[in-house]
Design a protein around this ligand. Structure first.
Ligand code: SF4
Length: 248
């Protein structure tokens, strides 16, 4: 019989990584920014585009963008209106194009056009912030840091029973995400958490019955126990919580 959920903070990292990585190798998504040899510059632009925008919308725009502007210098030289037109499909195009121009100027003038050289100060650049900075530092700089986008915040919040929608819990969520990081395969682990949030631990109707983390999840264990104790809900062969609109 399933045990009840454990109190907050008792999940050990060794419990999350093996199952999640196994799931990722089977179900993880392929994107150009995850390919071997993708540049730090491309990764920075991809992550700036991925903020508040779905990956499937970003990919074609990114390909076109990198073909037109293959270096930081090329963005620095380009008229902002031209950039704006190219990224229009992503939404927030004015803010994004302004930030891209500002970031390009700083990287060209201060770091000789090298994104890698700006790693320590990435979070301070306009429109970059903690998510983009940690994504580039982890995926390109091989740093062992958590990458907390909206998908990951939701997964971690549900794992620990923390209200991920409340901005005052952001710091706690970053801390918990850091505590889950394995010693090796950190990049894959962060991609796995992002994909789990996008494909399984969705904002509504999370598919807890298919989730590789269900046995250690505060919310998932609670919901599974509920289904198992209810003869009506038990009738369904798979546990998907179709009726669950949100869970924290
Ligand atoms: Fe999300 Fe359910 Fe998995 Fe928990 S068990 S992480 S709520 S899908």
């Amino acid at each position: 019989m399933e045990e009840g959920p454990r109190p907050r903070g008792l999940i050990k990292k060794r419990e999350a990584a093996p199952e999640l990585l196994k799931w990722y190798r089977k179900h993880g998504r392929d994107f150009i920014w995850r390919e071997e040899g993708f540049s730090s510059y491309g990764s920075l632009i991809a992550e700036m585009m991925l903020q508040k925008t779905q990956a499937k919308v970003v990919e074609p725009v990114l390909k076109e963008f990198l073909a037109r502007y293959p270096t930081v210098e090329s963005i620095h030289r380009a008229p902002r209106k031209e950039i704006e037109k190219l990224i229009k499909r992503l939404g927030l195009f004015r803010t994004r194009s302004k930030n891209m121009k500002k970031v390009a100027k700083i990287i060209v003038e201060k770091y000789g056009g090298k994104v890698g050289a700006s790693m320590d100060e990435l979070a301070e650049l306009p429109g970059v912030g903690p998510y983009v900075s940690s994504a580039v530092r982890c995926f390109k700089g091989e740093e062992r840091v958590p990458v907390l986008d909206a998908n990951v915040a939701r997964v971690v919040g549900r794992l620990y029973g923390i209200d991920y929608r409340d901005p005052k819990h952001q710091k706690e969520l970053w801390g918990k995400a850091e505590g889950l990081l394995p010693r090796k395969n950190v990049k894959e682990f962060n991609w796995a958490l992002i994909d789990l949030g996008a494909l399984v631990c969705k904002p509504s109707n999370p598919k807890c019955g298919e989730c590789p983390l269900r046995s250690i999840c505060h919310v998932g264990r609670d919901k599974i126990a509920l289904v198992q104790s209810s003869p009506t809900m038990r009738k369904g062969k798979r546990i998907e919580f179709e009726t669950c609109t949100d869970v924290v």
